[in-house]
Design a protein around this ligand. Structure first.
Ligand code: KIV
Length: 275
């Protein structure tokens, strides 16, 4: 078995030119599967607001939700690095509350936290790191800013927007963040940012030239009900497998085929006689 992955391993991977594979997931079973498959980072993403809770965006996800899912994911993870998302507003109300919230996720098993943006957050990020909590940044399409961005749209288009993203990536690196997610930007910008910072840039919809990739496990398993973004590759159609199994089960229950005697418990003869 490979050694436990830490934030140091993740940084070394970039230095050694090794690509990082990350998945966003939310429960014990998925975490165990991903861990055994050799994924480097399991991210307890606040995308659970959409994929798990059926909301339109991530804004209703709370610290309680993240703590609950972080605990479950950590229990299923032996080797991968566990990173937990800080939900909407949980890192915007001052350094003390940011520390308290991040500390709670660490207590539930996170080995690092991820937070969206960098503007006006540099001090909070530095405080987290000083307190022993590694930080992963998140730039580009930051879903918690969906109302400011006017929807889930490709970011970093045009010279000004490109320059700002490159500056933000450098600023994030300066805070001491150990890596960053870069979401939904043109692939040449993904490549440019990955080449301009020393820390790993983990892309999602940011092209093949980033230092690693992250996908939402539900999306790549064909489990995202509804819209699948262009950047998602469906590696399996679990929705079809589950749908067919549920239909077959329903048919067999109605037809009296399930359960058969082999799925049932028999009473010991002694007990039956005594009745
Ligand atoms: O919440 C999430 O799942 C994420 C990934 C999409 C990177 O932030």
């Amino acid at each position: 078995m490979k050694d436990k992955t830490t934030v140091i391993t993740i940084k070394q991977m970039k230095a050694e030119g090794k690509k990082i594979a990350a998945l966003a997931l939310y429960d014990f079973a998925m975490a165990s599967l991903a861990d055994r498959a050799g994924v480097d980072i399991v991210l307890v993403g606040d995308s659970l607001g959409m994929t798990f809770q059926g909301e339109e965006n991530t804004l209703k996800v709370t610290m309680d939700h993240m703590a609950y899912h972080t605990r479950a994911v950590r229990k299923g993870t032996a080797r991968a690095l566990v990173v937990a998302d800080m939900p909407f507003m949980s890192f915007r109300l001052g350094a003390r509350q940011t520390l308290e919230n991040a500390g709670r996720l660490v207590a539930e098993g996170a080995e690092a936290v991820k937070l969206e943006g960098v503007e006006s957050l540099s001090d909070s990020i530095r405080e987290l790191i000083a307190a022993g909590i590694p930080v992963m940044g998140h730039l580009g399409l930051t879903p918690q800013s969906v109302n400011t961005l006017g929807g889930f749209k490709v970011q970093g288009q045009g010279v000004e927007a490109e320059r700002k993203l490159i500056d933000d990536a450098r600023r994030l690196e300066d805070t001491g963040a150990f890596s960053m997610v870069l979401e939904c930007v043109p692939m040449n910008l993904g490549a440019e940012i990955a080449s301009k910072v020393q820390i790993p840039v983990i892309g999602i919809g940011a092209g093949p030239y980033c230092d690693g990739q992250v996908l939402v496990a539900n999306d790549m398993l064909g489990l995202s009900e509804g819209h699948t973004p262009k950047f998602v590759k469906e590696y399996a159609d679990i929705a079809k497998v589950a749908h067919d199994a549920f239909r077959e089960y329903t048919k067999e229950v109605r037809g009296g085929e399930y359960p058969a005697e082999k799925h049932s418990y028999a009473s010991p003869p002694r007990r039956l006689k005594a009745l």
